[in-house]
Each structure stands twice: as structure tokens, then as C-alpha cells.
Design a protein around this ligand. Structure first.
Ligand SMILES: *Cc1c(COP(=O)(O)O)cnc(C)c1O
Length: 394
């Protein structure tokens, strides 16, 4: 056996052990319905309130804001739409540049593009897998200029409007460090908290760590509404504007159709919100299950050279959305063998996203040097992480 194959088999044995030697295929992340989902969805159907109006939307918005420790929540059709609207109300305009990690899901860049703005990629931090404050500062010192009081990218002349930190796989990014850089340069901060519902930094929930945040309730996230997203904020004006924009920007009136801006039809249907209300009631149970599963992975891999399980650092709480094996740099060559052997065994495993700056569609976008991004991208293997794999906790 080659050295890679032996290493990959050692990993397979440990993953299989953590999961209790399963016989069937184990997906990466499955939704879990353990509460009132069916009853509330049936209630929507029987009442006829399935679409764009209904009490579940209001209840879900209040619940998601409470879970994030914010005063306001606006439920929308998906996380990408949530990000787009959050960026817009935070002041991003067509032609602006938005700083973001390259190591993120495509939605972060797509939402920016759909606003007519341009993604601008900055490097990651090995300690968090998210945006590195030092790399952001060094890059801005290099390229940013003030022209007539406006912060611009000196190379492109475009305004630098915002930065979008993302909590990779639920691990909180160094938001304190990033906020300090953002305030030094006068950048808006919009949190992509799509993966981080239930995570916290210094006791403050993800979603409440910047002026405005976007969440996702896609089928593979810790809670799901089928498809869905939300904007959360403590700013009543931003919340009201986001709500207005996502509901066609109609001026309230008993019968007349006046629209005072070009809005969107991004509102979450009541049917999906009903699912969300039932799911939210189980957030604490899901978090306990996911953290218990992560603890099992961490101890199972404690003695194996060449790889570690990415664990929460001191002062943060992770929701461990996706468990991550981080290969040591000298074992990078074995990654594809690890992926093959795990998947052949029916233990679903995936690499991280292709860094966005390497995709043809975003190849022209401005970027900083991205050495940590390239290094991390070659070393990450995600392993099965559904809450149910922890079993019933007692
Ligand atoms: C899931 C996700 C989103 C939003 O995705 P939708 O599928 O549109 O709900 C945005 N950013 C990140 C990092 C995500 O993981």
C-alpha cells in the first residue's frame, strides 16, 4: 500500500468508528424533522395562508432575530437574496467593490454581482479559515486611497464599499479584528452568517456581530425552511428598508398599488416559514447533537499524525455545521485518495469550494495575494455531519 492509501484507510477507519460502523451510505448533511413541522405545514394548507402573507412569517422573523440576539429579522426566499439585500441597504451600489474571502460559497460573490458590484478577494486565516484581519489591513494599506473623501481601490478607481466576513463551516471568524480594520478604513461590514446560526464569539451570537447579517435555511443548513434566508439587524431603519425592498417596495394602502422603489419579490412564503417556526424550536437540541458529534471526531483523530479535526478556538462557540478534517501541509498530496476511499466506503466526503478567484467567472476580479487560501483549499475534507449521527442525547 502506498503511504497515501495507508493514511486514507486510517482516516476511513476512524470516521467509520465515530459513526458507529454504518452499513448504508452516509450523506454529508441531512435535514432533521423532529418537531411540529408536519402539523404547522398542514395548518398553513388548511387555513389557505400558504403564500406571501401569514402569521408564520411574523413568528419566524421574531424567532430568528431572538436566536441571533438581534431586534429585527426579515425572512426571505434564500440566503443569496438575503445577502444581496443586506449589502444594498448597507450602502453597496453598482460599480462598488466588496471585499470578501475567496474561500467561501459562490453565493457571497453572486449576491455582490447581482447588485452590479464587484467581488474583491482577500486572504484567509489558518486559525479561523475565514478572512484574516492582518491580510485585510495589509492589502488595504497597499491599494486603498482616499479620493475626495471616498475610499477607492487605487488600481481600479472603484469605491471600496464593504467587507463581508463569512464564518466558515460555522466557526466564528475574528470579527473583532476585522471590525477594527473596517472602522479604520470606513468600510461597512455585512456578515455572511449563512453557516453559523447558533455559533457565538465571546458570548455574542453570529448574526449580531456586525451592523447587518444574512442567514440561510437551505436544506443542508443546521435548520431548514426547505429554501429560505433571513436578514438580521439591530438597526430598525435598515430592517424596515430591507422588508420594504423584499416585498416589492409597495407603499401601504388599502387598495392602491404604489411602489416607491424598484423592489424585489423575495419574501419567504408562509408555508416555508411554518417549517421554520417548527425547526427553530429544535435549535438547542441540534446544537447539542452537532457539538457532541464534533467532540467524537476530535477525540477519534487525536492520535493520528498528518491530520487534525478543526476545533473551535478559545472564546468561541461553533455550531460545527460541517466537521472538517484539516490535513497537514505535508499530507496535501493524499487529499484525493482520502476523498476517494471515504466516498467508496459510502461515507460522503467533500473538498472545500474551489476558491472563487480560480473560477473563470470571477477570474477578472481584483484580489490580494491569497497564499493561505490556496494552502487551506488543498487540505480540507468535510465528513458526515448530520445532527442525527450523534444519536439521541440524554
Ligand atoms: C448556504 C450559503 C449561502 C446562502 O445560500 P442559499 O442557498 O442561497 O440559501 C450564502 N453564503 C454561504 C457561505 C453559504 O454557505
Amino acid at each position: 500500500m502506498t503511504c497515501s492509501a495507508k493514511f486514507a484507510n486510517d482516516i476511513k477507519r476512524r470516521v467509520s468508528e465515530v459513526l458507529g460502523a454504518p452499513e448504508d451510505f452516509v450523506p454529508l448533511h441531512e435535514p432533521e424533522f423532529g418537531g411540529e413541522e408536519e402539523a404547522l405545514v398542514v395548518d398553513c394548507i388548511r387555513s389557505g395562508w400558504v403564500s406571501s402573507v401569514g402569521e408564520y412569517v411574523d413568528r419566524f422573523e421574531a424567532g430568528i432575530a431572538a436566536a441571533c440576539g438581534t431586534t429585527h429579522g426579515v425572512a426571505v426566499v434564500n440566503g443569496t437574496a438575503a445577502l444581496e439585500v443586506a449589502l444594498r441597504v448597507a450602502g453597496v451600489r453598482p460599480g462598488d467593490e466588496v471585499l470578501m474571502p475567496s474561500l467561501t460559497f459562490i453565493a457571497t460573490a453572486n449576491a455582490t454581482h447581482h447588485l452590479g458590484a464587484v467581488p474583491h478577494f482577500v486572504d484567509a486565516d489558518e486559525a479561523t479559515m475565514g478572512l484574516a484581519p492582518n491580510a485585510l489591513r495589509a492589502h488595504l494599506e497597499h491599494i486603498a486611497e482616499r479620493r475626495h473623501g471616498v475610499l477607492v481601490n487605487g488600481r481600479t478607481g472603484r469605491r471600496l464599499a464593504a467587507v463581508v466576513p463569512m464564518h466558515v463551516f460555522g466557526h466564528p471568524v475574528d470579527m473583532n479584528g476585522l471590525a477594527a480594520v473596517a472602522s479604520e478604513f470606513g468600510l461597512a461590514v455585512v456578515e455572511d452568517a449563512a453557516e453559523a446560526l447558533g455559533s457565538a464569539l465571546g458570548g455574542r451570537p453570529c448574526g449580531s456581530l456586525s451592523r447587518i447579517a444574512a442567514l440561510s435555511f437551505n436544506g443542508n443548513k443546521i435548520l431548514t425552511t426547505g429554501g429560505g434566508g433571513a436578514i438580521v439587524t439591530n438597526d430598525p431603519d435598515l430592517a424596515a428598508w430591507a422588508k420594504h425592498l423584499t416585498t416589492t417596495a409597495k407603499v401601504p394602502h388599502r387598495w392602491a398599488f404604489f411602489h416607491d422603489e424598484i423592489g424585489y419579490n423575495y419574501r419567504m412564503p408562509n408555508l416555508n416559514a411554518a417549517l421554520g417556526v417548527a425547526q427553530l424550536a429544535q435549535l438547542d437540541v441540534r446544537l447539542a447533537q452537532k457539538r457532541a458529534l464534533a467532540a467524537r471526531y476530535i477525540s477519534a483523530f487525536a492520535g493520528l499524525d498528518g491530520v487534525k479535526v478543526f476545533a473551535e478556538r478559545e472564546g468561541v462557540r461553533s455550531n460545527y455545521w460541517l466537521n472538517t478534517l484539516l490535513l497537514e501541509t505535508h499530507m496535501t498530496h493524499a487529499r484525493d485518495t482520502v476523498l476517494k476511499i471515504l466516498n467508496d466506503e459510502g461515507l460522503m466526503a467533500r473538498p472545500v469550494w474551489e476558491p472563487l478567484h480560480t473560477l473563470d467567472i470571477y477570474a477578472e476580479c481584483p484580489r490580494a495575494a491569497l497564499p493561505v487560501t490556496a494552502n487551506l483549499a488543498a487540505r480540507i475534507v468535510n465528513v458526515p455531519s448530520s445532527a442525527r449521527l450523534a444519536g439521541n442525547l440524554r
